[in-house]
Design a protein around this ligand. Structure first.
Ligand code: THU
Length: 132
């Protein structure tokens, strides 16, 4: 994906980390989705005192997009407050696969070093995904 598009999407994901509700882990995650019409939809992790009810940033972004009927995702950016690029959890990979083809670029960066982003694809992250 074009570096300028990647940077724009990473900046949106970085901004979304500011809205993370993570009083238990203190690990803030932001996700930004580039939708088919060019609109960017973001999400953040929202934790719960009953820990298992926590929702990840990636799923919160996908659900926000779908709630607006934006069902085609062209690219995904994920940024987190830790020192490493935040690879999405297995559940989020499967949820992304519902709305992204395997070729969809996924870019990842730590909040403090957005310039050091890594780029992969959903197909690389979730090969042989479940299908009906
Ligand atoms: N988290 C995400 O937001 N995305 C992931 O893919 C993995 C984990 C969140 C959940 C929790 O609030 C915090 O990171 C620590 O697990």
């Amino acid at each position: 994906m074009k570096t300028s598009d990647a940077r724009r999407l990473l900046r949106a994901a970085a901004a979304a980390t500011k809205n993370a509700y993570a009083p238990y882990s203190r690990f803030r995650v932001g996700a930004a989705l580039l939708t088919a019409g060019g609109e960017i939809v973001t999400g953040c992790n929202v934790e719960n005192v009953s820990y298992g009810l926590t929702i990840c940033a990636e799923r919160s972004a996908v659900f926000a997009a779908v709630a607006r009927r934006l069902r085609k995702i062209q690219a995904v950016a994920i940024v987190a407050s830790g020192p490493k690029p935040p690879y999405p959890c297995g559940a989020c990979r499967q949820v992304l696969a519902e709305f992204c083809p395997a070729s969809t670029p996924v870019i990842l960066a730590p909040l403090r070093r957005l310039a050091d982003f890594e780029e992969t694809t959903l197909g690389e992250l979730l090969p042989k995904s479940f299908k009906l």
